[in-house]
Design a protein around this ligand. Structure first.
Ligand code: GDP
Length: 206
């Protein structure tokens, strides 16, 4: 799954541009700067893949990535797709932009039967913030399975990682759609990336 070079296939600014439902999808969400592009690049082993599509004009789009080498014809579809959702939580984002984000993401999550799980990225140094809580509210409301992934663990003390995982799990306890396991990753050190690959491979078979 992750051995082939991955490619960007399309940016989706509104739901009518979504590709037809096909292969299982896994989506990534997180505050801007959480390390989402870096983690996606580490995951698929392609430097610059997520970033290239992450130009300012594209920030409000769902960006689709698939393993390369498939024509996309009905009988030659990729085994899965990764969907990079626009980052949220810009301090200066106007309300209309936040509303647009919420609508795009919520409608996508609620209506997409091939979306298997959302990975919600949380910066190890900052923990779960208010806007992360709001996104979790949306996910719970959409009954969309999600799993929390801590990013940039190389930036905190090693001994602090298990404690942070415990604290984070505690905050997820009463959230019905949260997966009861938290992953810890560092794209910089490539830590936890294999665990995430395994989790994704399992999630798409459900
Ligand atoms: P995005 O906005 O969520 O896509 O975040 P980026 O992937 O662009 O990363 C934001 C910043 O955090 C960049 O300066 C990255 O180099 C840095 N960063 C991302 N992942 C890691 C990591 O695992 N460790 C460290 N130390 N820095 C990271």
């Amino acid at each position: 799954l992750f051995a082939k070079p991955w490619v960007f296939i399309r940016g989706v600014p509104s739901l009518k541009f979504l590709p037809p439902e096909g292969p299982p999808e896994i989506a990534f969400a997180g505050r801007s700067n959480v390390g989402k592009s870096s983690l996606i690049n580490a995951l698929v082993g392609a430097k610059g893949l997520a970033r290239t599509s992450n130009t300012p004009g594209r920030t409000q789009e769902l960006n689709y990535f698939v393993p390369g080498g498939y024509s996309g014809a009905e009988d030659d579809l990729p085994p899965m797709a990764l969907v990079d959702m626009p980052g949220y939580g810009y301090a200066k984002a106007p309300k209309e932009q936040v509303d647009l984000w919420t609508k795009l993401v919520f409608d996508y999550m609620r209506g997409r039967s091939t979306l298997k799980r959302v990975y919600l990225l949380i910066d190890s140094r900052h923990g779960i913030k208010k806007n992360d809580e709001e996104v979790m509210d949306l996910l719970d409301k959409a009954a969309m399975s999600y799993q929390v992934v801590l990013t940039k663990t190389d930036k905190i003390k090693e001994a602090g990682v298990p404690r942070l995982i415990g604290e984070t799990l505690n905050k997820l306890k009463r959230r019905p759609a949260a997966y009861p396991e938290v992953l810890a990753t560092s794209s910089e050190k490539a830590n936890g990336v294999d665990d995430l690959r395994i989790a994704i491979a399992l999630a798409i078979t459900v």
